[in-house]
Design a protein around this ligand. Structure first.
Ligand code: ADP
Length: 484
């Protein structure tokens, strides 16, 4: 069995119409029976008078006939009322059915017209809506109109006051009324019902019928107009939410395609850098010590970049942004030394000082070493990039309450405005700095870093410093000692 999607629902034509007239009620039969019985009694009364007295007293006869006529009038008024009640009932039932099932705006409008025309309330109908802020109205559904009518009916507002219900004989001379008015004998009843959402006029319902009938019942039209407006509002919201969902899906798909292709593009030059550094390492004998260190740092850097590219690929292919972590007791000294080795060339290049101070009572944490290294690399590479040349960066660890360890990264750079301390952790957010030289970046690093720290039961945040630079704090559960 094929599955019905929301797209199908929105594009679908109006669903088939249930029976629009309510079943005939017993009240009608009872009323007709009462009238007949009253008149039979009156006639029998007069006949008895005739038979007994040989004549009919004209006064008594006229009283009898008068009471008969009064009963008849009362019954006719009652019947009229009854008929209106039945129309109201039928319309309410059908319109609530309309609001209950989610369909698009046009299908809702078509369905409402089907209800009105098949229920005998009108011979033809039209629903026109005003686009946002537009004065003009555009027909979105019509029923009972000749073929090709819409081509002649130029979208323009109907004459008259749009905010009030108006029903009267014939309004020929307007393209939205004329074709039907002629086919109905040129002198039909036309009702115009405003459609309103809250206090804003959203359009109009136009109905045309040969006889006045319900079109002359303003209370009925008002109720129907209000219910139809609500149903159209629901349909519009439904369509808007569907469109938004589509846009988000589209955006997500494009984001993943972009990340996927970016990751592939980065991987190609990486492969050749890796191969070159490995070749260079084979020349150890002819290399000086510094060159050897640089080549080893280059190789390590390429390995890390390869890992990051794998994360990017995962991010691009997975539905969400899940990373895997395997926390274990991790020594901070070795980890931070490793990070320092990796970043040394970058710090040398900018002539910056990088100091690392690991306190004895805060030297081991429960963390995934690879992921924590990724986080520290990110923080220290940011400090390196955003701090001016000859600046200084320091890393300090300390014991924190609740058996935790805090790692603090301070730099002597421009700092981060306090009101943006939280926003810098949102993906793609970058601080707008006109007063500083531009630093290339994606705005993704801190978002990923925070996610990684939180996955390890930790916290990562930015803090204000008295000196004016930036301070980033990582807090993780402490571990007793490094195993193995
Ligand atoms: P990227 O550095 O690629 O833009 P990040 O997510 O790492 O992305 O950082 C987000 C933003 O936070 C950066 O664009 C920068 O404006 C600001 N920022 C991060 N670290 C620092 C720092 N140490 N000093 C000053 N600003 C920083």
């Amino acid at each position: 069995m094929s599955k019905t999607t929301r797209e199908d629902l929105i594009a679908a034509p109006a669903p088939p119409l249930p029976k629009s007239r309510p079943p005939s009620s017993g009240v009608l039969r009872l009323t007709i029976g009462t009238v007949l019985a009253t008149h039979v009694v009156i006639i029998a009364n007069i006949a008895v008078h005739w038979a007994v007295l040989g004549k009919v007293d004209p006064q008594i006869a006229s009283y009898q006939l008068l009471s008969g006529a009064l009963v008849l009038i009362a019954v006719l008024v009652h019947l009229r009322q009854l008929r209106r009640e039945r129309w109201r009932h039928a319309l309410s039932a059908l319109i609530s059915d309309l609001s209950a099932s989610p369909i698009g705006i046009e299908a809702t409008a078509e369905r409402a017209l089907q209800v009105l025309t098949s229920g005998g309330f009108a011979q033809a109908g039209l629903i026109a809506l005003a686009d946002d802020g537009a004065e003009e109205m555009r027909p979105i559904a019509s029923l009972g109109y000749p073929d090709h009518w819409a081509e002649d009916a130029t979208p323009r507002a109907l004459p008259g006051d749009h905010d009030k219900i108006d029903s009267s004989h014939g309004l020929a001379g307007h393209p939205w009324v004329e074709p039907v008015a002629e086919s109905l004998g040129g002198w039909p009843w036309v009702a115009r019902v405003p459609l309103v959402s809250g206090t804003v006029s959203i359009g109009q319902l136009l109905l045309t019928a040969r006889r006045a009938g319900p079109l002359d019942d303003h209370l009925l039209l008002e109720r129907f107009g209000a219910q139809l407006s609500t149903a159209l509002d629901h349909a519009a919201m439904y369509e808007a939410s569907y469109r938004r969902e589509q846009e988000l899906e589209d955006l997500d798909r494009r984001r993943r395609e972009f990340i996927g292709s970016l990751a592939h593009d980065v991987r190609m030059p990486l492969a050749s850098i890796q191969a070159s550094s490995e070749l260079l390492q084979l020349q150890k004998a002819v290399m000086g010590e510094t060159a050897e260190q640089l080549v080893s740092s280059l190789k390590h850097g390429v390995q890390r970049l390869n890992l990051l590219v794998s994360d990017l690929l995962d991010l691009g292919q997975s539905e969400g942004t899940e990373f895997t972590v395997q926390p274990k007791p991790t020594g901070l000294r070795a980890l931070l030394d490793e990070v320092e080795t990796l970043l040394r060339p970058a710090y040398l290049l900018r002539e910056q000082r990088l100091s690392i101070d690991v306190s004895n009572d805060a030297a081991t944490v429960l963390a995934d070493p690879g992921r924590l290294e990724q986080v520290m690399l990110n923080l220290l590479s940011n400090a390196n990039r955003y701090t001016p040349e000859s600046g200084s960066v320091s890393v300090r660890t300390s014991a924190a309450p609740g058996n935790r360890v805090r790692i603090e990264v301070n730099d002597s750079g421009p700092g981060i405005p306090a009101d943006q301390h939280d926003r810098i952790f949102t993906p793609y957010f970058r601080v707008d700095r006109n007063d500083q030289p531009p630093v290339p970046g994606s705005g993704l690093g801190l978002a990923v870093a925070r996610q990684l720290v939180e996955l390890q039961a930790g916290r990562l945040w930015a803090q204000e410093t008295e000196e004016g630079g930036s301070r980033f704090c990582v807090e993780l559960p402490a571990a007793a000692r490094v195993v193995g």
